[in-house]
Design a protein around this ligand. Structure first.
Ligand SMILES: NC(=O)C1=CN([C@@H]2O[C@H](COP(=O)(O)OP(=O)(O)OC[C@H]3O[C@@H](n4cnc5c(N)ncnc54)[C@H](O)[C@@H]3O)[C@@H](O)[C@H]2O)C=CC1
Ligand SMILES: O=c1[nH]c(=O)c2[nH+]cn([C@@H]3O[C@H](COP(=O)(O)O)[C@@H](O)[C@H]3O)c2[nH]1
Ligand SMILES: [K+]
Length: 512
């Protein structure tokens, strides 16, 4: 039974903080420190539209971008990210020729075909085949006269050709099948390739040009895998009708030549000026150079974490900004240099400025789960860049290996000693910095499956987050934040522990 006494509701006591109040106190917060208070739901999660501008002129269906890191984005990842509606940025910790090759491979890719068909020489042995197979996990190889795509196709070696071969020195020329059905590159389509594989009952269909050189490969296994992938929607396509691909470059003189090749020969769609501290004359001069020499090419500058840095780069011509300093899983910048910012605070403040000037920001680093993506977008980011989230997937560069019973792939910071040693040698053909100080580490991450499978689930989780916020789009979430309607709080350590799984003896944490 109700008591007679009732307290008077005091509306002047705020239930949660506005973003302006929470982030205006001189505290560096990261994603886990803050929590959003729910809004009102009057729509379904499927009605949430996450389409976004990653630069002034480039729009994505999926607000996710893969990092320009040599253990994250090469052609395979760029293709996968574009396929799921996001974008990959190909790293530049390699020579101009290698990076151009990656960009061209991604730009010339036909969805549905294998991105990197494995090729070997006719003189390669069965032992070499086994060793490559263990690292890459394929079941067949194309044999070409150069041992690479682009060489004359001589044959194909599948499991049935090698599984009873006991002499491991046997050259592939002795066991390969030379009488193979091929298709012509200029007339084949994915639909025709599927039909041909069905009618011939074969597993592989090499695609060749008029000179009989291998151009691409269609496989029964890939078509079956594609059919099992969750459908997210159309791929990110550039105005040239090909997949949308980004690439990173530095701010040195030699990078101008690299950039010219990437744009003029590789037809790259967007370029990222890749630096830990983007607020420099080097970067401002580079943007101005690009705007002068390559009009129409969108430039993402960074990294920045404060409004004054963002303003300078936007005034210099940036079409997008990458935000985050020291927040990455492999980053040690804050420990080494004492400079950086908590990622939630960095995103909020830079976005406040950049969004008022119509320049999108990409929240870069520190993302561990779908909730972090919701937080980054709702705090003002237009897209989210991830390294560790996409490292260790089938599409990430590098081979899987076993460590203590776990299947892992290498993941390393671009400022790690290992990456710097490789980079300074191949990028600039000389070691320009005599005393190298690492700002990152090198390690491994577990096998995460395929980006093409994971991203649609991740996007669905983010949509559910937006539904809880009561926002049907990224811009609506920003409007709620700006108007003070969206309330937030800082979580104590105990609140964070409560927000995670607790008090279970055993559990299996799988989100999809
Ligand atoms: N987001 C983050 O928190 C961090 C990211 N990283 C990553 O590590 C990699 C390397 O980053 P940085 O070391 O910042 O690369 P960087 O190439 O921008 O800078 C390296 C050094 O070269 C200098 N430099 C750049 N352009 C120059 C020019 N034209 N003339 C003379 N000197 C010039 C810079 O001032 C700096 O001292 C990048 O991939 C970056 O994304 C590294 C640390 C932190
Ligand atoms: O301090 C750093 N030292 C490094 O060696 C390094 N390498 C990459 N990055 C940055 O980290 C981002 C990826 O972070 P996540 O793995 O957390 O997604 C990337 O997108 C970069 O912004 C570095 N930061
Ligand atoms: K870190």
């Amino acid at each position: 039974m109700a008591t007679a006494w009732r307290p008077k509701f005091d509306d002047s006591i705020h239930d949660g903080f506005t973003a302006a109040k929470l982030f205006g106190q001189g505290v560096s917060y990261t994603y886990d420190d803050v929590i959003f208070l729910p809004g009102h739901i009057n729509f379904g999660a499927h009605e949430v539209d996450l389409s976004t501008n990653v630069t002034r002129n480039i729009r994505l269906r999926t607000p996710l971008v893969s990092s320009p890191m040599d253990t994250v984005t090469e052609a395979g990842m760029a293709v996968a990210m574009a396929t799921v509606g996001g974008m990959g940025v190909i790293h530049y910790n390699n020579s101009l020729e290698e990076q151009l090759h990656q960009v061209k491979t991604a730009k010339n890719h036909t969805p549905g075909f294998v991105v990197h068909p494995v090729c070997m020489l006719p003189s390669s042995t069965v032992a070499e085949l086994h060793s490559l197979r263990e690292r890459k996990g394929f079941t067949s190889v194309c044999v070409t006269d150069t041992g690479a795509v682009g060489g004359k196709l001589l044959g194909i070696v599948t499991t049935r050709d090698w599984d009873f071969v006991t002499d491991l020195h046997t050259p592939l020329s002795e066991i390969m099948t030379s009488d193979i059905e091929t298709a012509q590159y200029d007339t084949i389509t994915v639909e025709k390739a599927i039909q041909l594989l069905k009618s011939t009952k074969r597993g592989k269909l090499p695609i060749v040009n008029g000179g009989g050189e291998l151009v691409a490969l269609a496989t029964r296994a890939l078509f079956k895998e594609d059919a099992r992938m969750p459908f997210g929607g159309p791929a990110s396509v550039a105005p040239d009708g090909r997949l949308l691909v980004g690439a990173a470059v530095g701010t040195r003189e030699a990078d101008k030549e690299r950039l010219k090749a990437l744009r003029d020969v590789g037809h790259v769609d967007v370029v990222v000026l890749d630096s830990s501290q983007g607020d420099s004359t080097f970067q401002m001069q580079m943007v101005q150079h690009i705007k002068r020499e390559h009009p129409g090419l969108d430039v993402i500058c960074g990294n920045v974490v404060a409004t004054w840095q963002a303003r300078r780069l936007i005034e210099a011509g940036a079409d997008g900004l990458r935000v985050g300093m020291g927040s990455g899983s492999i980053c040690t910048t804050q420990e080494v240099c004492a400079v950086g910012r908590g990622q939630a605070t960095a995103v909020y403040h830079t976005a406040r400025l950049a969004n008022s000037l119509g320049v999108p920001i990409i929240a870069d680093g520190g993302v561990q789960n779908s909730g972090h993506i919701v937080k980054a977008l709702a705090l003002g980011a237009s897209a989210v860049m991830c390294g560790s989230m996409f490292a260790g997937t089938a599409e990430a560069p590098g081979d899987f290996m076993m460590i203590n019973g776990a299947r892992v792939k290498k993941y390393r910071g671009m400022g790690s000693l290992e990456a710097m040693t490789k980079g300074s040698e191949v990028r600039y053909h000389s070691d320009t910095q005599s005393l190298k100080i690492a700002q990152g580490v090198s390690g491994t991450v577990r096998d995460k499956g395929s980006v093409r499978r994971n991203v649609p689930f991740l996007v669905q989780a983010v949509k559910q987050g937006f539904q809880d916020l009561g926002a049907t789009s990224i811009v609506q979430a920003w409007q709620r934040l700006d108007g003070g309607e969206q309330r937030l709080e800082c979580r104590t350590g105990a609140a964070q522990a409560e927000g995670g799984v607790h008090d279970l003896h055993t559990f299996d944490k799988r989100s999809w």
